[in-house]
Design a binder for this molecule. Structure first.
Ligand SMILES: *Cc1c(COP(=O)(O)O)cnc(C)c1O
Length: 456
């Protein structure tokens, strides 16, 4: 039995929670906020990140921001920009690591999602949901080769996870080949394919059967296949990002992906392309598979797939592979994957990409952007090692981590967000919306030039 005092305390606590929730809901409703409200939001956000989310994030942000900006708290977004609570606007060149291909809150995507929301948000889980069927048909039409069947997920990690399970079931083999610098997500399965030691080490052993070979090294790839066959550990699949994103925008050597495809065919292994970052127009074609003219057996999508409005992912596979799940469609499931809101977002996203010809635009603007950055870095060869990219997936590699960190910090102060942290700024990534305007690109290039000059 609780005492009177305890009961009283509980009541007070509950009342406070209610009051707090009311305050937060009122905040969500607001279109404009006053300075006092902005201060309240900042204070609350920072305090609860410290006390209830993870204080580590505050230290991490401090490495990119400084002084009065250390408390940058985001508030709203539109097109290529977002604003913090104080109304400062940033050009988003990080693009959520490739989420915002059709821009922030693209009107068509928002409309499709809110129209669907007015009718039905999530699916019954039992009846047939129409948008899932229609999106799967659209994907079969726009993906390369004979990719035909889709399974929908909520994230990139889940897409990779589904691809691995499908490959195992199809092949009845357990060996996978992945590459150095690869990023495929952080769940135990996907992490097995991911390459970075710091993220893997505490969780070893991961799923057995994973081997990593240097990305782009055809000789090692071939030898690994040979060895696996010799020791009776036949390869189920090779898991690859056609262009490595998190690894620092690493482009495949000429002919590499074709040769891996041929090798997979020779050994009857599957080829899985993780296009979570390269897909949906980012590289100048709808998929990097189109760009390199290599058709995988399973294609993984997420990030920009939901149009920067809904979390959504998918795998699209060839019939001969996907068939493994025909007998029992419950072999791999997810409650929320392929929900009506996510499908509405993905369908509208594909519409925008096609109608506005955004893949081609990514190629065009990307070329201009890349050249501009290279010109801006002229005379700074001791700081900037290489600027490379494909479409609007651009990486700037610096001589040292600290230079990259100074550059991303300098750009952030001047209203441009790029990816880069104190722990990993050797290569900063530029992945803006494919809708970014030329004058915004010019501002970014000019700012990059200025920041490089201040660093000397
Ligand atoms: C981001 C990313 C993932 C993981 O996606 P999540 O949505 O964060 O789970 C997997 N693969 C690649 C290539 C990615 O860029």
């Amino acid at each position: 039995m609780s005492t009177n005092i305890e009961r009283k305390q509980e009541e007070v606590k509950e009342k406070n929670v209610h009051q707090y929730i009311k305050q937060v809901l009122e905040m969500i409703e607001k279109e404009e906020i006053t300075e006092a409200e902005a201060n309240w939001i900042s204070k609350e956000t920072i305090q609860h990140f410290r006390d209830h989310v993870n204080p580590g994030f505050l230290d991490y942000r401090k490495t990119v921001t400084e002084g009065g900006l250390s408390a940058a708290v985001e508030w709203s977004d539109k097109d290529s920009c977002f604003k913090d609570v104080n109304g400062k606007e940033y050009i988003d060149c990080l693009g959520g690591f490739g989420i915002y291909n059709v821009g922030h809150r693209n009107e068509k995507v928002v409309k499709a999602v809110s129209d669907q929301l007015k009718r039905q948000a999530l699916h019954s889980q039992d009846l047939l949901d129409p948008l899932r069927a229609m999106l799967a048909k659209i994907l079969a039409d726009i993906t390369p080769g004979d990719l035909k069947y889709s399974f929908f997920t909520n994230s990139g990690t889940e897409s990779v996870e589904a691809a691995l399970k499908l490959a195992k079931m199809y092949s009845d083999r357990t060996t996978f080949i992945s590459t150095t610098h690869a990023f495929h997500g952080k769940s135990l399965g996907a992490l097995s394919g991911t390459a970075k030691g710091v993220f893997r080490k505490p969780f070893l052993p991961l799923i057995p059967g994973f081997r990593h070979v240097p990305f782009g090294d055809m000789d090692m790839m071939r030898k690994t296949f040979e060895t696996c066959a010799l020791v009776g550990e036949d390869v189920a699949a090779v898991l690859l990002e056609p262009i490595q994103g998190e690894g620092g925008i690493i482009l495949p050597p000429e002919g590499y992906l074709q040769q891996v495809r041929e090798l997979c065919d020779q050994y009857d292994a599957l080829l899985i392309f993780d296009e979570v970052q390269t897909g949906m127009g980012r590289t100048g074609k709808m998929f990097a598979s189109d760009l390199y003219q290599v058709v995988p057996d399973i294609l993984c999508l997420a990030k920009a797939f939901g149009g920067g409005v809904m979390p959504a992912g998918a795998i699209v596979a060839k019939e001969k592979v996907f068939k493994s799940w025909f007998d029992n469609p419950f072999m791999h499931t997810t409650t929320f994957g392929g929900n009506p809101l996510a499908c509405a977002a993905a369908i509208a996203t594909i519409d925008v990409l096609l109608e506005e010809n955004l893949p081609a635009r990514a190629a065009e603007v990307g070329e201009y952007f890349l050249q501009g950055l290279k010109d801006a870095a002229e005379g700074h060869e001791d700081l900037v090692m290489e600027i490379r990219g494909q479409g609007l997936m651009i990486g700037i590699e610096f001589e040292r981590d600290e230079i990259g960190w100074e550059v991303s910090k300098g750009m952030f102060e001047r209203g441009i967000l790029v990816a880069g942290t104190l722990v990993n700024s050797k290569t900063i990534r530029i992945e803006p919306p494919l809708t970014i305007k030329y004058d915004e690109v010019n501002t970014v290039i000019q700012t990059f030039k200025e920041v490089l000059q201040t660093i000397r």
